[in-house]
Design a protein around this ligand. Sequence first.
Ligand code: GDP
Length: 365
Amino acid sequence: ALTAGIVGLPNVGKSTLFNAITQAGAEAANYPFATIDPNVGMVEVPDERLNKLTELVKPKKTVPTTFEFTDIAGIVKGASKGEGLGNQFLSHIRQVDAICQVVRCFVDENITHVSGKVDPIDDIEIINLELILADLETVNKRYQRVEKLARQKDKDALVEFDVLSKIKTGLEEEKPVRALEFTEEQQKIVKGLHLLTSKPMLYVANVGEDEVANPDDNPNVQKVKDYAANEGAEVIIICARIEEEISELDQDEKEMFLEELGITESGLDKLIKASYNLLGLATYFTAGEQEVRAWTFRKGIKAPQAAGIIHTDFERGFIRAETVSYDDLLEAGSMTHAREKGKVRLEGKEYIVQDGDVIHFRFNV
Ligand code: GDP
């Protein structure tokens, strides 16, 4: 499964947020094969459509899809030089698919800040610089090797050399690889380099308890937003302490509490959705009397692969996918009506699954 890593300097609220994630955690009974790793927190992906489908189909059971966050502790200045838990930290980041960087925006004199003052841009730059330096080391090694081959006019080496030169120049100007532009051919090479700064990044602005309703009044939030906009990155505003409290509530209590706070959606729910999108993930549904269920897929995959997410047999024996879009199904009011109105399509092997598709797979065993 794809995972987003939570990073940040010490004392910015990472553990508090991660606690909220594990406490809000997905119901283990629904996911018996999930791996158990204390640094991984599995949450259910909030999706209003699943509730609506449940009302419509009235199944015995409803199962949301899940998303995983990984807690990555231990970044310090000098991590790329192996200081502190530096190397370990970087190797953990290498294993995640996206990065959620928690940035301290709350001011609280009782909680020390590693640099002595709360300055979100300074903090962001410390972390981003460590990642850039680590990538620069990777790229420089490769650069020297490929340069030799390129001089011998090796065709592949010449193409790669161009890419490496571009990345090297970018990194030296302190630009993350994700901010550079590449052709499709070049992108494949970039992917193969597994660089830290090529992973998509999301900034998580952690604000004080009394600021969640009007976070823009906090000047630190504005600074983070400006910085992120410049990079084309998204900012999610949360109050980690409040998320921790919310994670202990049941659904009804949660809604009441959010209303009291003057917000419509919890910060964690926003973070889950944003991470999901950042990774190019989407959801399709299966809807039977036994179970209505959401499934995560990577945008762009075809029907047999989507079937394979449920079971490898479904992919191997794939015949067709009876598909209706969520909107069409809801409008028709029932599967029978949707069928009568001709809204249920019979899709074959080449069909590219869409977000919100409600699918019944037909397969040979
Ligand atoms: P970490 O080192 O980044 O994992 O930070 P922690 O989650 O341990 O938080 C450090 C301290 O900041 C703890 O005392 C938290 O209770 C506090 N803290 C975290 N989030 C908030 C917040 O939103 N508001 C306030 N006032 N304190 C917070």
